[in-house]
Design a protein around this ligand. Sequence first.
Ligand code: NAD
Length: 419
Amino acid sequence: MLTLVSQANAYDVAMENFDTAANAMGLDKNTREMIKYPERMLTVGVPVRMDDGKIHRFEGYRVQHSSVRGPAKGGIRFHPQVTLDEVKALATWMTWKCAVVNIPFGGAKGGITCDPKKMSPGELERMTRRYTSAILPLIGPEQDIPAPDVYTNSQTMAWIMDTYSMTKGYAIPGVVTGKPISLGGSLGRNEATGRGVFYTIECACEHLHMPLRDATIAVQGFGNAGSIAAQLLFDAGAKIVAVSDSTGCVYNKEGLNIPELIKMKALCGHVEGFPESEPILPQQLLALECDILVPAALENAIHADNAAAVRAKIVAEAANGPVMPAADRILESDDVFVIPDILCNAGGVTVSYFEWVQDEQHLFWEAADIYKRLERVMKTAFRDVMKIHLERKVPMRIAANMLGIGRVAEAVQIRGIYP
Ligand code: NAD
């Protein structure tokens, strides 16, 4: 597997970004104490009978960072590098993200330290169900609602929904989002993150007076977020010149045929060896001469040692936490326009919110309606962040954090829940 330099602790990054934004806002100390840290953190042992009959114990986590503005909301990640601190960071970012797009959710995240690529479907199902029963006291449609993240998908959500519903005796679809349509999932949820990334790139191009048609784009990570963003950008006439996944990177300066690449990835599980492409190294993808770079894999991809090599005009953070604070400063001084994660990839949680509303109402919307609402939410959030960026002369990331933190701070102050 290709490795990213991810020695840095994502939670330290989340805390540093909070402090920078809170200082820029002049946020008072009491409010900081109330909203900065996670409300609940649960670590669970997840014993699973593996296919060879032996029991293997995995470690899992669920962190609720905030429930000030509504039920906690956030995905579940299955990955060998999952740690409690990573889950805390991701939960923290979910809080500000939900507030940036102004949906009535707080932030949460979950994960299991495991290597799903080495597990059979049966092992994955048993692990998911055992993990669900272990975190059962925390989750529920009014409390905390999981969704897919790295190496989890609609099937994972179906197992969680079923395990939860078995304890109640009837179906409770609203306990998770990102479910299969046949279980109460929403049209448009699968492509929502990539679609949201696309809308924010459209806004950034408009702001920079840069045509999207024929723009050259490199995408790091070709899963749900990366491949769908790439498909929509391809459909809009952009040239996706490079794509990577955990096994390799492919490059074609004339542009890759993204629909064919998606088919190959679905069939073979990797992008390497794609016809009409040449292999390049992961570090070359980040340093390509291109208009837009879309990091859509894991945290800390762009750090102090490689940020200066980035030559894109726009970095659109489909992934959570792909740019470290030291790299932010380098990109800023190089005039790179960053669409920060808590804005750029908020399309996923926005359509998760639509899914939850539909489940609660037992009334389902058409795809066109969902896309229209998503576009409105994403473009409004972009405008709100841009306003702070221009008026307060702060980088887009700080502006997004100021918007999100400001809304949570206002909610906590109005609720009056000081001790
Ligand atoms: P996914 O499991 O569908 O895909 C992950 C992709 O990243 C895979 O193609 C994998 O091969 C690739 N990858 C892993 N390690 C890599 C490496 N070292 N170099 C290059 N590629 C690598 O996951 P996803 O849901 O697309 O999530 C990707 C990112 O987007 C994560 O940061 C996630 O938190 C974020 N995100 C996802 C959603 C969502 O709705 N799925 C929403 C918001 C944010």
